[in-house]
Design a protein around this ligand. Sequence first.
Ligand code: NAD
Ligand code: TYD
Length: 354
Amino acid sequence: MENTILVTGGAGFIGSNFILQRMERESDSVVNLDKLTYAGHLRNLEAIANDRRHEFVHGDIADRGLVRGLLERRRPQAIVHFAAESHVDRSIRGPDDFIRTNVDGTFALLEEVRTYWGGLTEQERADFRFLHVSTDEVFGSLDPEDPAFSETTPYAPNSPYAASKAASDHFVRAYHHTYGLPVLTTNCSNNYGRFQFPEKLIPLVILNARAGKPLPVYGDGQNVRDWLYVEDHCEAIATVLTRGRVGQTYNIGGWNEKRNIDIVEIICDIVDEMAGRRGSSRRGLITFVKDRPGHDRRYAMDANKIERELGWRPLETFESGIRKTVRWYLENEEWVRDVTSGSYRQWIETHYSS
Ligand code: NAD
Ligand code: TYD
């Protein structure tokens, strides 16, 4: 095995943040396999464009021949699997791609990794890791007084996205139980930070607020999510990769539950402060729109296990993380222009037209 990790989906939001953080801190090489869907942008990796430790491979995790060749050629000691369709609203409008990538793609990847792993020496097999990046959404929805999701909470996915991620989690688990593949699974809460595609709540609201456009809040705005700064998530993944117990799952969260309406108001106030007010407060742009079908009411993560066993805790507070994030979107207009051309506009028009 080489001193190399294979990252899937490394041109997306969390994957690109992970690669940038990793290459700053570690000496190993990174092979990045990404299909470059609407959500993948090589621009995110501009800072390492000339770093020879990073190899970008344009391709699909479901392409077994490609994955096989890549594993044989680069002989990675670990896989960090981010690649997925990740937007709940898109999964409601058309679940096919979610099954294709999240379920079939993960299965194809596992099969090829199983063969590759089976051909390693005993020591290499013991050292190998397959880390599967998943979500809190597999656990379903909480009532206001319910305790937060723990690693033993039964799965109850409610959206096609959540169901596809749950299915992939089950396959990863089964490959450990049945074949002994050294897997780790992380289930994380909602992330925010630089490079998040502006179909998701926080970047969408920042960009619309800056442009003076309506800020769409689904339903009554009382849905609760637990928000974690993306760099904290990346550190948690790196921690689980090096110190996590094989076969275990780890919940990752920010201890930061917030109602959507509060998030939107906070962003309005920060954009007012940083970009200057145009007369009245941007809170006036808040527009309640038709609710998402089957909209989960509340997610909350109990991240005690990763703290107790591995010593990880989030470093960023929401107050500091959201300010950094707003500033980044305001200062990176070229990135915004790049990613919001073409298919993005089409999505916004279709999804918000009613
Ligand atoms: P994203 O949509 O920003 O990026 C996904 C990346 O995967 C893109 O670069 C895309 O091109 C690539 N991709 C999609 N299909 C592919 C395929 N078939 N083969 C190869 N590459 C493919 O997603 P994200 O927000 O960065 O999420 C990354 C992972 O983290 C996902 O597995 C997601 O379920 C999980 N997660 C996300 C969050 C969150 O808040 N964003 C929270 C918890 C877990
Ligand atoms: P999102 O960023 O899509 O993440 P997820 O659905 O995976 O939690 O949405 C976060 C919350 O914000 C969710 O409760 C839905 C809500 N939301 C809006 O109210 N308006 C919007 O335009 C979007 C995209 C999301």
